[in-house]
Design a protein around this ligand. Structure first.
Ligand SMILES: *[C@@H]1O[C@H](CO)[C@@H](O)[C@H](O)[C@H]1NC(C)=O
Ligand SMILES: *[C@@H]1O[C@H](CO)[C@@H](O)[C@H](O)[C@H]1NC(C)=O
Ligand SMILES: *[C@@H]1O[C@H](CO)[C@@H](O)[C@H](O)[C@H]1NC(C)=O
Ligand SMILES: *[C@@H]1O[C@H](CO)[C@@H](O)[C@H](O)[C@H]1NC(C)=O
Ligand SMILES: *[C@@H]1O[C@H](CO)[C@@H](O)[C@H](O)[C@H]1NC(C)=O
Length: 198
């Protein structure tokens, strides 16, 4: 009896999960937070059952978002914490826009992320230490923004013990120096940091 009740509950939760379109809601939160003069987000209709037919969004076979490709889209406005809810996201490419504000620490929840492309924007504030949770990350491009502070140790550790192949933080307002370490002899890592006094 208890087992049957449990099965029911799991079934009900599955239906709720599909109905809610939580990934579409997360992306729509970003859409409502940016100016989009070229209407690249026009197809982002939050009333659809999932965001998988939206332009610039790619899903896996389970209809979960794995890519967001919004480079060169002339977007301005800021990123939203809800982006951290895209739990299967592998590629977040929003490079070469005019995105301002801070990098939400919630992006550290994107544990499947392989590439974070936020270069050539107007992002400010610190690099969140939560990005150190992104153990599968291979490409982290944050160059040509207005980021300040130091690169968190947790993020630097990705270079040593994560999969990070390329980290570019050049052309920001970051402080401190980056020691390019290649202790293991395996990591082929490029760290570019312009050190500017604040
Ligand atoms: C980007 O948008 C601005 C208006 O917000 C416009 O003046 C500019 O031409 C646009 N650039 C491109 C490349 O579409
Ligand atoms: C950025 O976008 C502009 C036009 O919108 C384009 O001319 C330029 O090549 C792009 N830069 C990069 C690095 O993609
Ligand atoms: C997402 O990240 C934030 C900040 O790093 C954290 O407080 C929150 O608990 C995380 N949420 C989930 C669902 O993991
Ligand atoms: C790193 O970023 C700088 C500034 O945007 C750019 O000029 C350089 O080509 C980038 N290097 C790599 C290896 O991507
Ligand atoms: C790291 O070490 C390996 C093995 O010695 C070498 O092949 C590789 O080029 C090094 N990477 C860098 C960026 O120096």
């Amino acid at each position: 009896m208890r087992f049957i009740a449990l099965v029911f509950l799991v079934g009900a939760l599955a239906i709720i999960a599909v109905d809610c379109n939580s990934e579409g809601d997360a992306l729509n939160a970003f859409k409502t937070n940016v100016a989009d003069p070229n209407n690249v987000l026009q197809s982002w209709d939050p009333t659809l059952v999932n965001p998988c037919t939206w332009f610039h969004v790619t899903c896996n076979s389970q209809n979960s978002v794995v890519r967001v490709d919004l480079g060169d889209a002339n977007l301005s406005g800021s990123l939203v914490p809800q982006l951290g809810m895209l739990s299967n996201l592998q590629y977040l490419q929003i490079q070469n826009n005019s995105i301002s504000g801070e990098i939400p620490s919630e992006l550290g929840n994107l544990t499947k992320l392989v590439s974070l492309g936020l270069e050539n924007n107007k992002l400010s504030g610190f690099i969140p230490s939560s990005l150190g949770y992104l153990k599968l990350l291979r490409y982290m491009r944050l160059n040509s923004n207005k980021l300040s502070g130091e690169i968190p140790i947790s993020v630097l550790k990705l270079v040593l013990w994560g999969n990070l192949k390329l980290m570019n933080v050049s052309d920001n307002k970051l402080a401190g120096t980056v020691h390019h370490t290649n202790k293991t002899g395996f990591a082929i890592t490029t760290i570019v940091q312009d050190v500017k006094e604040i």
